[in-house]
Design a binder for this molecule. Structure first.
Ligand SMILES: [Zn+2]
Length: 257
């Protein structure tokens, strides 16, 4: 009977919160892309070996016990704790930012394996990269894509006509570029540089995280502005860790210059 209530899940820890001085509530994204919350009873006790495994950003193999209200963690083993990533402030700040986005977009009981793969690939890219500032925007673009909100870059979002030449008018709320004829009254239309559109189209056609970043600071800022605002629009709330990541990123780039 109890055997039927045990099940095994691979996942990545999105956040933990302490409940009193003994227990920990763990939120994770499972490998099928659904979000789940589980109780780690007694994890904070000195005799428990669970605590080290359920750290934020750990990839874990966990056996859960199906409870009446929520599952509880029976056994847990970390598969990868991303130690190098956690030991570097800039990469850690980027990881915490993408983790907050995944926490915001993932839904309970809603399978989205591409979201899990994107998150895991991004953590590996951040861990293996050498200060590549294109990783976060590439993640943002693909996050919108796997969640069904990919910016439209090839057809006018208002009338659907194929954009046969460069159109530089972008509307966040409508979700992409506009042709020269369409002038939506309700929404703000932004002018976007050709280089920024080129990067977005490159993101759309590339299956892998970029291995280098050569763009200017102005184009990078415009790219991030479009993606930040698009994410803010679909998420419908501010991303708390964004300012911290940008502050650390600016400081790091100044040190390089
Ligand atoms: Zn149009």
């Amino acid at each position: 009977m109890s055997g039927n209530r045990l099940y095994r899940v691979e996942g990545l820890v999105l956040k933990t919160s302490f409940l009193g001085d003994r227990d920990v509530l763990v939120t994770l994204i499972a490998s099928d892309g659904s979000k789940l919350t589980a109780m780690a009873w007694g994890a904070r006790k000195l005799t428990s070996r669970k605590m080290g495994h359920i750290e934020q950003l750990n990839q874990i193999d966990v056996t859960l016990y199906r409870g009446r209200n929520m599952p509880s963690i029976s056994q847990v083993q970390s598969m990868d704790n991303f130690q190098i990533l956690k030991g570097n402030l800039e990469r850690l700040s980027q990881s915490l930012y993408i983790t907050e986005l995944v926490d915001g977009f993932a839904m309970e009981a809603n399978s989205n394996p591409e979201l899990y793969t994107l998150f895991l690939d991004c953590l590996h890219a951040l861990q293996d990269s050498n200060a590549n500032h294109m990783i976060v925007p590439f993640f943002q673009f693909n996050l919108l894509s796997v969640c069904g909100h990919m910016p439209e870059l090839y057809r006018c979002v208002e009338c659907g006509h194929v954009l046969d030449s460069y159109s530089n008018r972008f509307c966040i709320e409508l979700g992409g570029l506009l042709c020269d004829n369409c002038k939506p009254e309700l929404w703000r239309v932004r002018f976007v540089n050709d280089d920024t559109i080129d990067i977005l189209r490159l993101f759309n056609s590339s299956p892998n995280f970029p291995r280098s970043s050569t763009t200017s600071e102005d184009i990078y800022r415009e790219l991030r502005s479009i993606l930040d605002k698009s994410i803010r629009y679909w998420l419908d709330k501010d991303v708390q860790s964004s300012d911290f990541m940008d502050h650390v990123g600016r400081y790091s780039r100044e040190q390089v210059v």
